[in-house]
Design a binder for this molecule. Structure first.
Ligand SMILES: Cc1cc2nc3c(=O)[nH]c(=O)nc-3n(C[C@H](O)[C@H](O)[C@H](O)COP(=O)(O)O)c2cc1C
Length: 170
């Protein structure tokens, strides 16, 4: 069963992470899609989804995710397992750190998704985040602006964690 990975990216960071994740899981196991070109049916056909979104402009979704967001209302996520990863800047935008994945989380939960891959907040220094629930992020938080040296290990640990829910091996 292939995984559908959908990302949006303004300046290329999230696109790069999406490609790294695809390489680690294996290109045979993942279809990678830019949300800018996606249709509802592209998402609907996957049982397992990874969604990647950076946060822009003080807590906003990345622009292509913003455009696509109303479509999520028309997608039934019942029976789908979803993992989220978000990019942000914890020092520059610490009041809105990785808010984008919190916004997507709320919507897909409302539409019936099972969301996996929650991530500890301990290793970050931020003020507030819409993506924080009960002391954890709703998905993997990455900060390419300040901590790119931690990204590889964070991705490896997170993929190991979700591999059990998704049924792939790395
Ligand atoms: C104008 C601007 C606004 C931003 N706003 C936020 C924000 O509200 N929260 C956050 O966590 N990161 C914010 N960021 C940081 C971006 O999310 C980060 O640079 C990310 O890696 C960009 O991903 P992309 O290259 O895939 O678009 C902002 C960056 C810029 C330049």
């Amino acid at each position: 069963m292939k995984i559908g990975l959908f990302y949006g990216s303004d300046t290329g960071n999230t696109e790069e992470i999406a490609q790294i994740i695809t390489t680690i899981i294996g290109e045979d196991n993942v279809d990678i899609h830019d949300i800018r070109k996606a249709k509802n049916s592209d998402i609907e056909k996957y049982e397992f989804l990874i969604l990647g979104c950076p946060t822009w402009y003080d807590g906003e979704l990345q622009s292509d995710w913003e455009d696509f967001f109303p479509n999520l209302d028309d997608i039934d996520f019942t029976g789908k397992t979803v993992a989220l990863f978000g990019l942000g800047d914890q020092y520059g935008y610490g009041e809105w750190f990785v808010d984008g994945i919190g916004i997507i989380y709320d919507k897909i939960i409302e539409k019936g998704a099972k969301v996996v891959g929650e991530w500890p907040t301990d290793d970050y220094d931020f003020d507030e985040s819409v993506a924080e629930r009960d002391g954890k992020f709703v998905g993997l938080a990455l900060d390419e602006d300040n901590e790119s040296e931690k990204t590889e290990e964070r991705i490896d640990m997170w993929l190991n964690q979700i591999s059990h829910d998704f049924g792939f091996e790395i």
